[in-house]
Design a protein around this ligand. Structure first.
Ligand SMILES: C[S@@+](CC[C@H](N)C(=O)[O-])C[C@H]1O[C@@H](n2cnc3c(N)ncnc32)[C@H](O)[C@@H]1O
Length: 284
């Protein structure tokens, strides 16, 4: 089955901004292979020596930056992700550990009272700002954290007509796999686009799957026994909309790339990498 259930709008969005990040081991197994974005952010952060990472998560980007000598301050609202990053930091050299400072909080409201030459918001974290007010608050907080000539860099996925048009009842399955916490699971996703709120709701279903025939007979104590669903809600920002939001919130767009090789942003691009700077003297 598809659909998003009957939660009130704000709870549905709140769940869609959090649930996927409550299992940091699974997040790490699923996304740690991604390195093009990490190399991109590392290169721009190394030029500046210090960065504030919005939505630092469990350090997929932050750890390589800190290992490269960059001082990283991070904000995230998900305690589980921050705890996992703290545990990962324990395994690092003391010098690396010392370069990382973590703050739990909401990117729309958290004020650190200091400025950075660079603020980054990698890997779709900005897709959790669902309303105009959310975006405005985030851009205000970002401005307060940027030093003169500082830059905001973030990447978000491009709304793709094929994703937005998917039938919510259709299951997109992948082959069963070993989940780090749940043993062997079958997995399917359903996509349901709300064209009014411009939010793509993804429902991720994890179902018990029989162990592989080759696996030892011993029962796996971690084995999942019941199906459960993790929601993820991603705001879909069309390019001209994001440009207007930045413009009317006092930012000058410096560059938009269509990939992490600084390739041009073209209709076939499936991501947008935005570089923006607060306009001097701009006031809300
Ligand atoms: C896709 S993850 C990115 C994590 C990491 N930067 C990476 O690239 O792997 C998005 C992160 O943003 C955090 N996040 C989403 N909305 C947030 C908000 N309003 N305030 C603080 N953190 C938020 C989530 O908890 C999650 O850790």
């Amino acid at each position: 089955m598809g659909g998003r259930g009957k939660a009130p709008n704000d709870l549905e969005l709140e769940a869609g901004a959090r649930a996927h990040f409550e299992d940091p081991q699974y997040y790490a197994e699923t996304y740690d292979w991604r390195d093009e974005d990490v190399l991109y952010y590392r290169a721009i952060a190394e030029e500046r020596g210090e960065v504030l990472e919005h939505g630092i998560g469990n350090g997929r980007v932050a750890l390589p930056l800190a290992r490269a000598g960059v001082k990283v301050t991070g904000i995230d609202h998900t305690e589980a992700m921050l705890d996992h990053l703290r545990a990962r930091l324990v395994q690092e050299e003391p010098a690396v550990r010392k370069r990382v400072t973590l703050h739990q909080g909401d990117l729309r409201t958290k004020k650190l009272g200091r400025r950075f030459p660079l603020v980054i918001c990698p890997f779709n974290a900005a897709l959790h700002f669902y309303t105009r007010e959310d975006v405005e608050q985030w851009l205000d907080r970002t401005r307060e954290h940027l030093a003169p000539n500082g830059e905001l860099v973030f990447d978000i996925s491009m709304p793709l007509p094929k994703d937005l048009a998917r039938d919510p009842n259709r299951a997109y399955r992948i082959a069963p796999f070993e989940h780090p916490n749940l043993g062997r699971v079958a997995y399917r996703e359903h996509f349901d686009y709300d064209a009014v709120r411009q939010v793509l709701f993804v429902s991720m279903f994890f179902e018990p799957s029989p162990p592989k025939k080759s696996a030892k007979k011993k029962a796996n104590p971690k084995q999942l026994t019941e199906t459960f669903m993790t929601p993820l809600a991603h705001r879909q920002f069309f390019p001209r909309e994001m440009e207007a939001l930045l413009h009317y919130n006092g930012y000058e767009v410096r560059e938009v790339y269509g990939d992490f090789a600084r390739g041009p942003f073209v209709p076939a691009s499936d991501i947008m990498v935005w570089h923006a700077r607060p306009k001097k003297g701009w006031k809300r």
